[in-house]
Design a protein around this ligand. Structure first.
Ligand code: GDG
Length: 723
């Protein structure tokens, strides 16, 4: 039976060693809860590092056996791998880069090698259990190369990837010497999801700039495979936090804590130790708040939990010292015998203690400098059973996109944080309740289970799209049928588009005149008296005439404006008017002036704005502007505005390749028809063809053609096999 394989750096279990024996404790993380319903079912499995170095093979075997019972499979890492792959490349290179702490990046080729090696180790562990119909869901920045490594081994596998941290803007990502390899690694997945739309668009922009691949509604064509990218904000297990906040254990703890700290008002701060979380900035803001609003001295305390994390990494050690110093200084300076400004804990607590904190605090102060999502703020909201309380949230946290009812602040603006604290502590209860209720409603719906199911839906959807496209691939069987049909026919019509179909693309379109191979194919094809060959192209008639006049074929130029039958001159198909060209040309000139590298091609009945050589991104942005501008001014002019491959074309709406092709279909009887083309203008040709025609699309965009091939070399091969 098909199974689901979850892969993350850490397994959802904490293993410790006491008196030589391994102790296993399930981890309480959000991911473990969300995916718990999946990985424990049937043959499903979670693959990852168990969290400590286990080198002896008998011990490894013991751990493998015990974890198997819990549907887990460990990947063992050596101490050096943990240092170089995990602490090193993952946390000293990728983490700072993805969180815009670029001054902290360690650029070290040895760390990169370790990262590659461990990703391969994970790939091997997956391959050991992977079967054809399985689904693989990979998590996070430690495993960016894994999707492509698996794709090489299993081209048809269903692979999803979720990034839990921000994806940085291209300007940050480009700093990494290994940016291309990382991106290619990720593009091995079929479905990639991020917490926010910003992360998604940053990723798409890097894909565009580094891999040269554009996207259409978040779908990218990667080596003939459609890859989908989406924004899916991760939710929390809402009921778990709401229930925990109401549990007797939590209430008992709350009573105990209250008894010891008295009735002072509390502001809550909970994070892992990390420079991305803005802990020192928060402490300084709280100190300034006490200075600016002395009426709160003795009345309000900050309850600060910092969970130990990555304390072997240099920057984290420094941060720990900075936090210790700041807390010491603030407490030393402001404390009174009956009041401590900051209750600081550098350790983790059981869930009931956390829930008690969430209940006791009036204000949650969540002010990361950058955060992929941030779950603490969501857990605080879910724990507010009386619907009172205020969330102060950094706009740099992914969660701020969903929780717009919070007080949003910029963590670099200390003044704003101080004012936010004052506003939070004085907010009328009615307003607090309105805001918390609204956020609770949203978090209840978009919970962790919803997130898991949306992810799986996305992955299944794109696999289905891939499958639908796949059925149309021109395989050997269809080729054989086509060749048999061709050989047995007495009168054949063959419509061939030129650029992209018979020749590849070149940034200089003057360089794609027929080469030796194509000349050979076209000569043989046109010498056969049973064949009526029509080149049906968007190019101007002069070029086509110059390049193709030696062959015994007919020509449709400029998408159907001009037709040339054998032995005759070019003629227009219908009486067209070109008086619209001058005013539109003026508009296009304005775009050329503002867009270096672009130019206008003037054809008899159309104008084409080319942007092949324009800076990536700028051409696309100008295209959006130009097409909306043109749509407005062409509305009463019987013109069509069409976007093509790095071009925008304006032409009379009566013209298309399909109408022109119909002239031939009506004129000649034939018992075999073949039509090949690669872009949107060829769709009109495909639609004009009778049902029994062989219509072939070059490339894997959706099409009205019946079959598809990868590129122009396949068309050449096919034509050669007919001769
Ligand atoms: C990464 C991204 C993204 C904290 N202290 C205790 C404790 N916690 C739990 C919280 C919360 C979790 O740890 C922290 O999650 P965050 O989302 O806030 O932050 P990261 O660890 O940095 O997570 C982040 C997340 O991945 C998910 O995609 O949101 O942006 O950086 O659940 O409750 N749990 C217990 N005791 C503690 O003392 N039991």
């Amino acid at each position: 039976m098909a199974k689901t394989i979850i892969v993350s750096n850490r397994l959802p279990v904490k293993i410790s060693q006491e008196d030589g024996k391994f102790i296993y404790k399930p981890s309480e993380g959000g991911l473990a809860t969300g995916l718990g319903s999946i990985y424990k079912e049937g043959d499903n499995v979670w693959i990852g590092w168990p969290g400590l170095a286990i080198n002896k093979s008998d011990q490894q075997q013991e751990v493998i056996t015990n974890l198997k019972k819990e549907s887990m499979k460990p990947v063992f890492l050596t101490t050096t791998e943990i240092e170089d792959f995990y602490e090193g490349f993952s946390n000293e290179t990728l983490w700072p880069n993805f969180h815009y702490f670029n001054q902290y990046i360690v650029y070290d080729d040895d760390l990169w090698k370790a990262y590659q090696k461990v990703n391969k180790k994970f790939a091997k562990a997956i391959q050991e259990v992977l079967e054809p119909d399985d689904t693989i869901w990979i998590h996070d920045y430690q495993l960016l190369l894994l999707p492509q490594l698996l794709r090489e081994h299993a081209p048809k596998a269903s692979i999803g990837f979720f990034l839990h941290i921000p994806f940085p803007s291209y300007e940050s990502f480009r700093l990494l010497p290994w940016r291309r390899e990382l991106l290619e690694g990720m593009l091995g997945a079929d479905f990639l999801a991020f917490h926010t739309y910003d992360d998604m668009r940053h990723f798409l922009s890097s894909v565009n700039r580094l891999a040269g691949l554009g996207n259409s509604n978040g779908q990218i064509n990667v080596d003939n495979r459609k890859v989908m990218v989406d924004a899916l904000p991760m939710g929390i297990d809402y009921d778990k936090y709401a229930e925990s906040a109401a549990s007797p254990e939590t209430l008992a703890r709350e009573v105990r804590y209250r008894t010891s700290i008295g009735d002072q008002r509390l502001i809550l701060s909970i994070d892992r130790l990390d420079y991305s979380k803005g802990i020192p900035q928060r402490l300084r803001a709280f100190e300034r708040f006490l200075g600016e609003y002395p009426e709160y001295v003795g009345k309000v305390s900050l309850l600060m939990v910092v969970v130990p994390s990555r304390d072997q990494v240099g920057k984290y050690k420094e941060l720990k010292e900075e936090v210790d110093l700041l807390v010491g200084r603030i407490n030393g300076h402001h404390s009174r015998l009956n009041w401590t400004p900051i209750h600081y804990f550098y350790r983790s607590f059981p869930l009931n203690a956390l829930s008690a904190f969430y209940r006791m605090a009036e204000v949650a102060l969540v002010t990361p400098m950058r955060d992929g999502m941030n779950l603490v703020c969501k857990e605080f909201i879910a724990s507010r059973l009386d619907k009172k309380g205020v969330l102060i949230l950094s706009e740099m946290a992914g969660a701020s996109k969903e929780l717009s009812d919070a007080i949003l602040i910029n963590p670099n603006d200390m003044g704003e944080m101080v004012t936010a604290l004052k506003n939070a502590l004085t907010m009328p209860v009615k307003k607090q309740m309105a805001q918390i209720s609204s956020m609770q409603n949203s978090l209840k719906h978009y919970n962790i289970h919803h997130w898991v199911s949306m992810f799986m839906k996305g992955l299944n959807y794109i696999k289905k799209v891939q499958k639908d496209l796949e059925t149309e691939i021109l395989d050997n069987q269809i080729s054989d049928r086509l060749i048999t049909g061709y050989k047995s026919a007495e009168k054949r019509m063959i419509f061939l588009d030129y650029d992209g179909t018979l020749v590849g693309f070149d940034s200089d379109p003057t360089k794609t005149k027929p080469d030796k191979e194509l000349i050979d194919i076209l000569s043989k094809l046109t010498k056969d008296k049973k064949n009526q060959v029509v080149i049906i192209s968007g190019r101007g008639r002069d070029t086509l005439e110059e390049w193709l006049s030696d062959f015994d074929l007919e020509i449709i130029a400029e998408h159907g404006v001009w037709i040339k039958e054998k032995g005759k001159e070019f003629r227009t198909l219908i009486n067209l008017n070109d008086s619209w060209k001058d005013p539109i040309m003026e508009v296009l000139k304005g775009y050329v002036d503002r867009t270096p590298g672009s130019f206008v091609e003037v054809k008899d009945y159309s104008l084409v704005w080319h942007y092949r050589k324009v800076e990536t991104g700028l051409g696309e942005a100008r295209t959006r502007e130009l097409t909306s501008h043109l749509k407005y001014i062409t509305v009463d002019k019987n013109l069509k505005v069409l976007e093509g491959n790095k071009v925008v074309e304006i032409k009379n709406s009566e013209i298309d390749k399909g109408r022109a092709a119909t002239v031939w279909l009506n004129k000649y009887e034939s018992d075999f028809i073949l039509a090949c083309g690669d872009d949107w203008t060829d769709e009109d040709t495909f639609k004009a063809m009778p049902d029994d025609a062989f219509t072939i699309k070059v490339g894997n965009m959706s099409s009205a053609a019946k079959y598809r091939v990868t590129d122009h070399t396949d068309i050449r091969k096919l034509l050669a096999s007919l001769l």
